[in-house]
Design a protein around this ligand. Structure first.
Ligand code: F1P
Length: 290
């Protein structure tokens, strides 16, 4: 299931673009102070969405893990991202919000526990997944968000298709340590890429805002480290990585979501080499309900 869902991403992104009106209502309301929340993959989607909304000049936007909400701050709207609609921390967070907060839920399914806590829902049934490991749901949420937040996304579907057809730019077997770097909205993508490598291939992977890589993490890099930068590598980071013997991969010309598709494929490839079944990730379940 996971591989097929990965391959379907350009199509689900295209569907999201065609349904931009629904995304606009849920994710691009102007002016309001917004907090985006999620767990795991969905927490990283929340981070990227928050950066996109602020960069789009729509209004102040924070992001948080659903289990670690900011305290002492008021939000007009909380956008809860949850594929399953059942994750315990999301339900707890929504229940605890002050009266008057508008609760918007972005999910892939209807009829789950989160519905009764929502004032407004964006239901992306077309991007739902049978898999435990999330791939197309998170990228499709971001595809739609980019379209309505004034972000450049003209190359996205095209680049997504080419990311599925091209040989992988790096050889999975050469590395035992993966570092993903991002800036702005791609910091969330970097965290998501690292999580995919852990969940799918049980790989040692890390992620940072790009400039922070040199503030400590570089200490553990070796010749078996791959440093993958989404977008442009900021000045000094390629040199820092190369100095540690690591291989640096960057492709500033390829859409960042399409680069995440390449990471999806890399994770599947490495899982195969390690004798792991991507559809049965160790210790994970489709949603975590206490
Ligand atoms: C969140 C999540 C997934 C993770 C695993 C457990 O689920 O943490 O990101 O891959 O399947 O659940 P959801 O709230 O988006 O359904």
């Amino acid at each position: 299931a996971t591989a097929a869902e990965i391959a379907s991403q350009p199509d689900t992104w295209q569907t999201a673009l065609a349904r931009a009106g629904e995304f606009r209502e849920a994710l691009a309301a102007p002016g309001e102070r917004v907090l985006a929340i999620g767990c795991g993959t969905s927490a990283f989607v929340a981070q990227s969405y928050a950066k996109l909304r602020e960069a789009g000049g729509i209004g102040e936007t924070d992001a948080a893990y659903a289990s670690e909400l900011p305290t002492g701050r008021r939000y007009d709207r909380v956008v809860a991202i949850t594929r399953s609609g059942t994750t315990t921390e999301i339900l707890t967070a929504l229940r605890g919000l002050p009266a008057g907060t508008r609760r918007v839920v972005v999910t892939a399914v209807e009829g789950e526990a989160v519905d009764e806590l929502a004032d407004e829902r964006l239901v992306l049934g077309f991007a739902d997944e049978a898999s435990v490991v999330q791939t197309r749901f998170p990228t499709t949420v971001l595809a739609g968000a980019r379209a309505v937040l004034g972000h450049r996304h003209d190359q996205m579907v095209h680049d997504g298709r080419s990311a599925l057809a091209t040989p992988l730019p790096v050889e999975a077997g050469r590395f035992d340590h993966f570092v993903f770097l991002g800036t702005g909205w791609t910091v969330g993508l970097a965290h998501e890429a690292a999580l995919k490598m852990r969940e799918t291939a049980q790989a040692w992977s890390e992620s940072y805002p790009a400039m922070d890589f040199r503030h400590g993490p570089v200490a553990v890099a070796t010749e078996r480290s791959l440093v993958w930068a989404f977008g442009e590598v900021p000045e000094g980071i390629a040199e820092t990585s190369a100095g540690a013997g690591a291989t640096v991969y960057q492709d500033a010309d390829r859409d960042p979501l399409a680069q995440l598709v390449l990471v999806h494929r890399l994770a599947i490839e490495l899982a195969g080499r390690r004798g792991l079944d991507p559809d049965r990730p160790r210790r994970l379940t489709r949603s975590v309900v206490l």
